[in-house]
Design a protein around this ligand. Structure first.
Ligand SMILES: [Zn+2]
Length: 121
């Protein structure tokens, strides 16, 4: 899986960056982190390739909660991220949204998922 360069979360565009030595405040290694002030989702190089999807979904859930003005407890995010990733993959929806070709221009979401969505802001 190649990571997208950006992800749209409501009206906000998050950049997706891969960074070495991604650490939390306690200097523990992290697979991912969402910086809502800077609108950046960082993925650490220690994240195994097989966990990129769930890690990105994990950070995306934090970003969606932030955008919605709520907060999801870490335990709920840890539970929901792999379950949601698996469900979207099984229904062929994840591949439609997260292009394997990071260089490709992604069409608007409504075209990718083929459903009527409100106008993008
Ligand atoms: Zn988290």
């Amino acid at each position: 899986m190649k990571l997208p360069k950006t992800l749209q979360v409501g009206p906000y565009t998050y950049r997706v960056e891969v960074v070495p030595d991604l650490l939390n405040e306690a200097k523990e290694s992290l697979f991912g982190h969402a910086d809502h002030a800077a609108l950046v989702i960082r993925i650490g190089t220690t994240c195994p390739p097989g966990r990129l999807g769930t890690t990105l979904m994990h950070e995306l859930l934090h970003a969606v909660a932030e955008m919605a003005g709520t907060e999801l407890p870490e335990e709920q995010v840890r539970t929901l991220a792999p379950a949601l990733t698996d469900t979207l993959e099984r229904n062929g929806l994840l591949a439609a949204c997260w292009s394997d070709d990071a260089e490709a221009e992604r069409p608007p979401l409504r075209q990718r998922v083929g459903v009527e969505l409100p106008e993008e802001r």
